[in-house]
Design a protein around this ligand. Structure first.
Ligand code: PEP
Ligand code: MG
Length: 315
């Protein structure tokens, strides 16, 4: 299968009944953009921009950031780039950005919360992204949005910068990785252009299970019906407003999860570049109608184990 998947990597991922899923690549470094395109990715579905800020003694300036993003756009050659704004804090501090020690860093000042404390950092990043984009397709999303005020802060800053820079093809989205964002998806969907579900954190916060704690691996399963319910709510709210939904967490690369994500109506998944051909091949084995039936059953299951057993019943 791996060989066949590789051979067809540049073709779209379409189910047996004609439904297309977009497949992008997750990148933690623009140097890997060429490898992503080579593996058949239809764009970058998640650029973890932290790499631009790490390994330095001071924050990168506008030109340094712009040069990084420009590299990715050039290699992508018209394919979309979904960039997540800086997601540090708590457990991932920057040397030039001292943050007070916290007892619970995963529940602390991280992601968009940290950017609200240092608005000029986010402003420079947005300026760099928009300037680098020019007329190339850019999607910007904000990490760890839990509350309306955070989204408003981010969107207003974007609008201020965009009024000056005027990138031609930009969408603004929200990462759904905190349960409150999924629960309030109806509200956010009226105002955001898209959602991207970060299933790594969404699972962690839904089940109160540290994503890095191996002892809790069985509990922190993104196929838990509680997580699937949040995904379903997010998709439903987005589609009611004509907005699209991606999944950029590890769940998108899980062959058992893929039929469920299709069945729940997810429009795009983004996975590590090496997984792109296999994800596309897996989609081609699925029928959307059967995936929908499966998703309906999974939402009524009692636990992740039961959901995983259900997925064995369908091709
Ligand atoms: C996620 O939380 O699922 C996600 C994609 O972001 P990260 O893994 O970088 O936290
Ligand atoms: Mg995350």
């Amino acid at each position: 299968l791996a060989e066949q998947a590789w051979e067809h990597r540049n073709q779209a991922a379409v189910t047996t009944d004609g439904h297309r899923l977009e497949v992008g690549a997750n990148l933690g470094d623009t140097a890997k953009t060429a490898a992503a395109v080579e593996s058949g990715a239809e764009g970058v579905g998640l650029l973890r921009t932290e790499f631009v800020f790490m390994g330095r003694s001071q924050a990168p300036d506008l030109a340094q950031q712009q040069a990084e993003y420009d590299k990715a756009f050039t290699v992508l050659n018209g394919r979309p780039l979904v960039a997540r704004t800086l997601d540090v804090g708590g457990d991932k501090p920057l040397p030039y950005w001292p943050v007070p020690k916290e007892d619970n860093p995963f529940l602390g000042v991280r992601g968009i919360r940290l950017c609200m404390q240092q608005p000029e950092l986010l402003e420079t990043q947005l300026r760099a992204l928009l300037t680098a984009a020019g007329d190339r397709p850019l999607r910007i999303m904000f990490p760890m949005v839990a509350d309306w005020s955070e989204w408003r802060f981010a969107k207003e800053m974007f609008e201020r910068v965009q009024a000056e820079v005027q990138a031609a093809d930009v969408q603004l989205g929200i990462m759904v990785e905190v349960p409150s964002a999924a629960l309030n998806a109806q509200l956010f969907a009226q105002d955001a252009d898209f959602f991207s579900i970060g299933t790594n954190d969404l699972t962690q916060y839904t089940l109160a299970a540290d994503r890095g704690n191996g002892e809790l691996a069985a509990l922190s399963d993104g196929l838990h019906p509680a997580v699937l319910r949040l995904i379903a709510m997010t998709v439903e709210a987005a589609h009611a407003q004509g907005k699209w939904v991606g999944v950029c967490g590890e769940l998108g690369a899980d062959p058992q999860a893929l039929p469920l994500l299709l069945g729940l109506g997810v429009d795009e998944v983004s996975v590590s570049p090496g997984r792109v051909p296999l994800v596309k091949a897996r989609v081609r084995e699925c029928s959307l109608a059967r995936c929908k039936d499966l998703a309906a059953k999974a939402l009524r299951a009692r636990d992740a184990q039961t959901v995983r057993a259900l997925t064995g019943e369908i091709q």
